[in-house]
Design a binder for this molecule. Structure first.
Ligand SMILES: Cc1cc2nc3c(=O)[nH]c(=O)nc-3n(C[C@H](O)[C@H](O)[C@H](O)COP(=O)(O)OP(=O)(O)OC[C@H]3O[C@@H](n4cnc5c(N)ncnc54)[C@H](O)[C@@H]3O)c2cc1C
Length: 512
């Protein structure tokens, strides 16, 4: 087996790097400190937080777990991505009232809590009315991101989450001869420590962002990352310049982030009265309702495919959950491709904004595949579309900025720890190219009896649960892992009695 390039870190010698299954003696020979810890979760974002929360509820002392992370608080990366894509703490996210990251029971949901936290009668009634009539009389009710973060803070305090943090980047997890795993953590001071654990849980989020190839080419060739930006990176300067001077901006993508970006552009334009034109470039233009059968259709118009959440609700707990769970191989891949895809919620506010934009001519739509992006006259970028027919001249779109809201994700092998797992620990890819996990989220091929290695979140898309990269998906995954760990004797099952007594503790903000 070939070894990765030496990291050059003190202590991680070639013997370790070249060996797939580590013995205690080999690890001891490195001279690195070894910490025995039954359970470690790598990531420290939403997935790790939910996992630690459920294990605490299932009776595991905080001292038996460590969260290996570079994040100070679990919502840090999520909040960063949200605010870059124009969702500030006062704005509403996409998931529903009962997808409560801080509350395993989903009751009371975010809507009830917002209602009881209101300081006026309309403020009390509005969330309740919305959630009771959602998707019939009103749009889906969704929580403000600020509420999600505040409630996580309360839960983190309650369960002693902060005491589980060990700061640093984990870059290797290898199987241990005799069972369990070794995880190498590089601390902020550059020193490595090795965790020896029976159970490892990986919740590392997105392996990275992938940019559209033509935009990468433009940025690399012309060194301009000012006029061509990704919606997931900070790009406030785009709005500032457009608000100051007016101009044209091209938005690429047709998911919720594109909707949020358009919302920001049009709201600013309305507020300040600046002359801003928006060109929305679609790769695939959805003209109407679409789907493989009469019973499997979603709404669509003006280029957009509409869906309340990024997967149909039935994939978290209905017939599609069972369908995906039972399907294997290509059948599952086919289902996931049918149920997934780029969608945005059909919110009335956005409908009204875009309708007005089309009518007044400041929002125009184009469809096509980009041939290349090149610099234009001073302060401009030219986007050339591939001609529709052979011999025709390419359509040229000139703009001051291009915002890429396509939200592509990088390959899992770009993540050091996941790449190492694929190379050394028996992990394999599923048909969507992500980590192959079983229905309990154990990474197939990596077992080191009696230890288990689990993975959750975006890195596992393609497995037995569709919405793995969602609040509810992370919660379902945590419950599956929790039950599996209970079968190994690591924690208690969360049965009816435990659930009721723990709910009261949650309600009274007592430690689990
Ligand atoms: C803009 C946006 C909006 C979204 N809105 C919703 C929504 O409304 N509802 C919903 O249900 N879902 C939503 N999601 C999806 C999902 O809930 C989030 O992506 C969520 O943050 C995923 O949690 P996670 O733990 O997998 O990843 P994260 O919260 O990102 O945590 C993973 C963290 O692991 C850390 N890490 C990675 N590698 C290592 C390593 N080797 N060592 C140590 N640490 C490491 C990184 O710092 C990373 O931040 C949204 C996603 C995005 C991008």
């Amino acid at each position: 087996m070939s070894a990765p390039a030496s990291t050059g870190r003190a202590g991680l010698n070639d013997g370790l790097l070249h060996t797939s299954v580590w013995t205690d003696e080999l690890v001891a020979s490195s001279g690195l400190p070894v910490i025995d810890m039954p359970f470690v979760t790598v990531g420290g974002g939403l997935g790790s937080f939910v996992m630690v929360d459920y294990l605490r509820i299932a009776g595991v002392p905080a001292g038996h777990m460590r969260t290996l992370t570079v994040l100070d608080h679990p919502w840090q990366n999520y909040e960063y991505l949200l605010s870059a894509s124009q969702v500030t703490r006062e704005k509403r996210i996409r998931s529903d009232s009962s997808s409560c990251l801080d509350n395993i029971w989903g009751f009371p949901g975010y809507a009830v809590r917002e209602s009881f936290g209101a300081r006026s009668v309309p403020g009390f009634i509005a969330p309740l009315w919305n959630v009771l009539t959602e998707n019939v009389l009103c749009d889906y009710w969704t929580p403000k991101s600020g509420q999600v973060f505040r409630s996580m803070q309360r839960e983190a305090d309650r369960i002693g989450y902060w005491g589980t943090l060990d700061m640093g980047r984990a870059h290797i997890t290898r199987r241990r001869h005799g069972g369990g795993y070794f995880t190498v953590l590089t601390r902020p001071d550059g020193n490595d420590v090795i965790y020896r654990s029976s159970f490892v849980h990986l919740a590392v989020g997105y392996p990275g962002l992938a940019y559209l190839p033509d935009l990468v080419e433009y940025r690399n060739r012309y060194g301009d990352s000012h006029r061509v930006v990704n919606a997931y990176e900070p790009h406030e300067h785009v709005y500032e310049e457009l608000n100051r001077r007016g101009g044209t901006v091209i938005v690429r993508g047709a998911g919720i982030v594109a909707s949020q970006v358009l919302d920001r552009l049009i709201s600013d334009r309305d507020r300040l009265g600046t002359d801003v034109s928006i060109v929305h470039l679609f790769r695939t233009f959805v003209e109407g309702a679409h789907g493989p059968s009469r019973f499997l259709r979603r709404r669509g118009e003006h280029g957009w495919a509409y869906q309340g959440f990024n997967w149909p609700k039935s994939t978290w707990g209905g017939q599609d959950r069972n369908r995906v769970l039972r399907a294997e191989g290509e059948a599952r891949e086919k289902w996931l491709r049918t149920l997934g895809g780029t969608t945005t919620p059909r919110r009335k506010r956005w409908q009204r904004m875009l309708e007005r934009g089309r009518r007044q001519g400041f929002y125009r739509m184009y469809v096509g595949e980009v041939q290349e992006v090149v610099p234009g006259p001073v302060g401009a970028v030219v986007t050339r579309l591939k001609p529709g027919t052979a011999g025709a001249a390419p359509v040229q779109l000139e703009s001051n900025f291009v915002i890429d809201a396509t939200g592509l994700e990088a390959d899992i092998a770009e993540h050091t720890l996941l790449a190492d797992l694929l190379q050394h620990s028996g992990a394999e890819r599923n048909l969507l190219g992500r980590l192959d996990v079983d229905p309990q989220f154990e990474v197939r091929g990596t077992r080191a009896e009696p230890g288990r290695l689990y993975a959750v979140g975006a890195a596992t898309l393609g497995g037995y649960l569709a919405g793995v990269d969602t609040f509810l998906g992370l919660q379902i995954a945590a419950l599956e892992v929790c039950d599996d760990l209970a079968r190994q004797g690591f924690c208690r099952f969360i049965g009816v009695r435990r659930s009721i007594s723990q709910w009261w503790k949650w309600a009274l903000a007592r430690t689990p």
